[in-house]
Design a protein around this ligand. Structure first.
Ligand code: PA5
Length: 554
């Protein structure tokens, strides 16, 4: 494999650009693949493979069970074009939901729905995690204007108590004008539940009825979603549906993304339209004119189908700063799989990171140019600088000219050292191009997953982490139970582990030694938080560190 600069002049590179840049004027998006060193031979060799992947996507869009491990259809493409949904009831539900979102947002904006104290809602507090919040966060940052948006938005996306405080302090004395949006497809995700309970408690302490300030987006099936049950039983303002055929990380064009966007005042019709036009564009059977197929092929080419090269996302636009975080989930949760569809151990994935240019030029780009060549960059260039009047920082030169200069300069500096890149150019950042970007990568991920024969739509690893966390909480309950029942003296880590395993468990093979490390970490955490009333006595030998329950810790 050779660097393009080694065998091409700049003039030839420009010719290559004209051959391998695909564009769509309707949505104002173009994608340039010329600076990946692939050859026509590679395109010929992979022709059949990509054709098969495109056929698979066509079947997926028709409603095939494309997520076999969860036995589900994969329907995010229907969300922006209900006419292609496999049956009428699904199409009707999609259209009804978009209308319901728009009507609800309009009622909030025009004061038809008021807060419990009779005031108009001004703030929006969105709670969720992973696929249930990364899309809304990305879109909010891309399209928002904190001064003129219809509502001021805040996000809670974790189970970090200090993180809650930081956001809730911003809303001190403003909860009476705050609308809460709780998003969880499963309606059971612990982080989101915790956020909701903490916020609900804050409303209670301000004598405000949380239910009258809250809406949920979740599966509307009582025995599946605890969130749905709670919202229904307590009479929340509204519940919006999530369907089992939409995955979290591909849910931005469902109510998950549309509701927060509409409430902030963004044009969700244009967002859906951008995604729909991009879907049409990326259905092209001719790989060379299909940017999603080309993206998938380039990922395959650079990483040899094994993810050997990392994907660095570099948007030269502050508004797109969260795109790398959004893509990190879309790509890594979809492609990072242990087994392929044939059950073979493959440990697949593509590592995604990035932030924004030119900021990153003063950080890790030094390594990209001179260090390990273990990546390819995806630049995102935005042609339009701003709506407001230009300011000239030098004679006839604006800050935006510099931004372009830094992008072109970095791209050149990289290719000179044989470091490859793709460039996505957007005419401007607007609902339409943002919708298109989302749709472009959703399909590229689906196609690439087919090229490497994995299921992009399940997440068994996430489930494993959730299960392990639940076991830790269970262990903690046993530890605190043991220490509070025996407050007379401190117990070492070894003694606590011994004390919490029953004789029956031991006979079933549970070994107290296996619990010692977690006992140590759990007790260390508890003792660092005085209200938990666990006292710590250190020892040079960690396992001899002792912990004791005491009522008197202040
Ligand atoms: O993409 C996914 O499936 C995940 O990232 C989920 O969105 C995430 O785990 C949150 O799940 P839920 O919406 O059920 O709370």
């Amino acid at each position: 494999k050779v660097s393009l600069e080694v065998f091409m002049t700049k003039e030839q590179l420009f010719k290559r650009y004209q051959t391998y840049c695909v564009k769509n004027d309707e949505i104002g998006v173009s994608v340039d693949f010329s600076r990946i060193c692939f050859t026509d031979e590679f395109m010929d060799k992979t022709r059949l493979k990509i054709q098969r992947a495109l056929k698979f996507m066509a079947q997926l869009e028709k409603g095939d069970i494309a997520n076999p491990s969860e036995n589900r259809m994969v329907g995010h493409y229907w969300l922006r074009n209900p006419d292609i949904a496999p049956d009428r009831s699904i199409a009707a539900e999609i259209s009804d939901t978009v209308n319901k979102v728009k009507q609800f947002a309009a009622k909030i904006h025009n004061g038809e729905i008021l807060s419990s104290t009779g005031k108009p809602f001004k703030n929006l507090l969105v709670m969720g995690i992973g696929g249930s919040i990364l899309g809304p966060q990305f879109v909010s940052n891309a399209l928002g204007n904190p001064v003129s948006d219809k509502m001021k938005v805040y996000f809670i996306d974790n189970t970090d108590p200090d993180g809650y405080e930081r956001i809730l302090h911003l809303l001190d004395n403003q909860l009476d004008t705050t609308l809460c949006v709780v998003i969880s497809k499963s309606g059971k995700t612990i982080e989101t539940r915790n956020a909701m309970l903490e916020v609900e408690n804050r409303f209670k302490s301000n004598n405000l009825p949380f239910a009258k300030h809250s809406v949920a987006t979740t599966q509307m099936v009582e025995d599946k979603s605890d969130l749905f049950k709670k919202a229904k039983n307590e009479g929340w303002l509204e519940v919006f549906p999530m369907w089992d055929w939409v995955g979290g990380r591909t849910s931005e064009t469902s109510a998950v993304g549309l509701l927060p966007a509409a409430l902030q005042g963004f044009n969700i019709d244009r967002l859906l339209e951008g995604a729909m036009v991009c879907d049409e564009w990326t259905r092209s059977k001719e790989a060379k004119t299909n940017p999603a197929a080309m993206l998938a092929l380039m990922w395959f080419y650079t990483g040899k189908g094994k993810g050997e090269k990392n994907m660095v996302i570099l948007p030269y636009k502050d508004r797109l700063e969260l795109f790398s975080r959004y893509l990190q989930q879309l790509v890594m949760e979809s492609l990072g799989k242990e087994y392929n569809l044939a059950g073979r151990l493959v440990n697949q994935g593509i590592t995604v990171y990035g932030n924004k240019g030119s900021t990153d030029q003063h950080a890790y780009i030094q390594q990209l140019r001179d260090g390990r060549n273990d990546f390819f960059v995806t630049f995102i260039e935005v042609l339009k600088d701003r709506d407001e009047e230009e300011f000239y920082v030098e004679n006839d030169v604006t800050s935006g000219d510099y931004l372009t200069g830094f992008y072109l300069g970095t791209r050149q500096a990289l290719i000179e050292k044989g470091r490859e890149s793709i460039t996505i150019t957007l005419k401007q950042v607007c609902p339409c191009t943002v919708g298109a970007l989302i749709a472009l990568f959703e399909r590229a991920v689906g196609l690439y997953a087919h090229l490497i024969n994995i299921n992009a739509y399940d997440q068994p690893g996430v489930e494993a982490g959730k299960k392990a966390a639940a076991e830790i909480i269970n262990l903690q309950k046993r530890i605190t139970g043991f220490l509070t029942a025996n407050p007379e003296k401190p117990f070492t880590v070894v003694e606590i582990a011994e004390g919490i395993v029953s004789a029956e468990e031991k006979s079933n093979g549970v070994k107290p030694e296996d619990l010692q490390e977690n006992v140590y970490h759990i007790c260390s955490h508890l003792s660092a938080n005085k209200q938990r009333k666990i006292e710590r006595t250190d020892s040079v030998i960690l396992s001899a560190t002792a912990f004791k329950y005491s009522e008197y810790i202040i």
